[in-house]
Design a protein around this ligand. Structure first.
Ligand SMILES: Nc1nc2c(ncn2[C@@H]2O[C@H](COP(=O)(O)OP(=O)(O)O)[C@@H](O)[C@H]2O)c(=O)[nH]1
Ligand SMILES: [Mg+2]
Length: 398
């Protein structure tokens, strides 16, 4: 079936057609070949969206949202991409940018009359505008850490001594025999990673090689990777045998030296091999001594992991509370940060009585960075790096 879209009422605003057919690759291939034989050419990655952008159908951040939507792996990342696609975020930025452009024009006008010492641009109002823009930028910058976690998946490292039950835990959480489990210490050498969506948010669970001193070179390399995964994680599940002493487990956990950005949970494993009368007071004691959430589990049995899964749900709830737009795009984050720095330079310049031409330069710089987000300012390199990531279309440079 062929659908015809007449310009400008199409995605790219150009005349276009879509062909719908049954999904067998062979069938699709022969239709494509037939089209090419009749003068069609293959689209480059992201070419349709690039055309939509160049023809003014979408701005750049909306075009990026299309790519995010294609790659979205959870309900929440879909929601963020859709919000960005709707353009509230970019229209707000465009509005502020326009106000700033108006001021820049006035200041530049002053430069033409520099002999006469006139002031067209009211400095107090310019300051107000800059504070207003910074107040819009700040919460966006703050939202990025969470936004990025939603997009890439929240990294959860499973850390602990050999044979603590890390691989068993991974397998039980995933409901899959993903990692090899054995009673031979040092079984897991490289890290193993898989994702699971909980309450609309993707988590990346990373099983690692057990931390210990070793003379085995391969195991040593694995342990080095464990430490790297530990540093990169947002949540660290520290798993330890319930038979270990309160002091030992607490000290090992504290040795991980988690940063203030990271959240740790202590999991005391192999509850099935000890009486509850012994295990429960011990769990209590470790929780108190470490000041960290501590759960008693039997990694082999999913039913014992309910409190852990509830913990993840609560973690999501706490982070989702923040209102407003969430940014998940590293490029936007960087551009906003640069905008803020330039605006702070404008403020500092005005406070120290810097001459108008320098103030104007800093405003131009802020306008540039702000403009790169929505694509009012763009270069071929930038467009290429964005649209080549669409991964749909023939693999050739734009
Ligand atoms: N009884 C019992 N054994 C467990 C439990 N979790 C793991 N194990 C055993 O402990 C050994 C080491 O487990 P593994 O997951 O490979 O530990 P890792 O080295 O930390 O990855 C294996 O023999 C597992 O069967 C548990 O909850 N209860
Ligand atoms: Mg293992």
């Amino acid at each position: 079936m062929v659908t015809l879209f007449r310009a400008p009422k199409s995605f790219t605003t150009e005349d276009s057609t879509e062909i719908s057919c049954h999904g067998s690759p062979q069938l699709v291939q022969s239709i494509i070949s037939l089209a090419i034989k009749n003068g069609a050419k293959l689209a480059y990655p992201g070419e349709f969206t690039l055309r939509a952008f160049l023809n003014g159908r979408l701005d750049l951040s909306q075009a990026e949202a299309v790519a995010d939507l294609i790659h979205a792996s959870s309900a929440k990342s879909t929601e963020i991409a859709l919000n960005q696609l709707k353009g509230h975020f970019s229209s707000k930025l465009k509005e502020l940018r326009q106000e700033l452009i108006d001021f820049a024009a006035l200041i530049e006008l002053e430069l033409d009359f520099s002999e006469e010492d006139v002031e067209f641009a009211h400095r107090g109002r310019l300051k107000d505008l800059i504070f207003k823009i910074i107040n819009v930028i700040n919460p966006l910058l703050d939202s990025f850490r969470w936004g990025n976690s939603i997009k890439e998946g929240i990294p959860v490292a499973i850390i602990g001594a050999p044979n603590a039950g890390k691989s068993t835990l991974l397998n039980t959480i995933l409901d899959e025999e993903k990692a090899l489990v054995s009673d031979i210490a040092g079984t897991t050498r490289d890290f193993i990673e898989d994702t699971l969506v909980i309450d609309g948010i993707m988590f990346r669970f990373i099983d690692t090689a057990g931390l210990r001193e070793t003379s085995d070179i391969l195991e040593g390399l694995g342990i080095e990777r464990s430490r790297q995964k530990l540093r990169e994680a947002e949540i660290v599940l520290f798993i330890s045998d319930i038979h270990k002493s309160v002091e030992e487990t607490t000290a090992e956990f504290q040795n991980l030296a988690l940063t203030s950005d990271q959240t740790g949970v202590i999991l005391l494993n192999k509850a099935d091999t000890i009486s509850a009368a012994l295990a429960e007071p011990k769990t209590q004691a470790i929780a108190e001594k470490s000041g960290t959430k501590t759960l008693l589990i039997t990694a082999k049995y999913k039913s014992t992991l309910q409190p852990l899964l509830a913990y993840f749900s609560q973690y999501i709830k706490n982070h989702n509370q923040a209102e407003g737009t969430i940014i998940s795009n590293a490029r936007h984050y960087e551009a906003l940060e640069h905008t803020k720095l330039s605006l702070e330079k404008v403020l500092a310049g005005m406070d120290t009585g810097l001459s108008s031409d320098f103030v104007a330069m800093d405003i131009r710089e802020a306008l540039f960075h702000l403009g790169t987000i929505t694509g009012e300012v763009s270069t071929d390199d930038l467009l290429e790096s964005i649209f080549s990531k669409f991964c749909i279309g023939s693999k050739k440079n734009i």
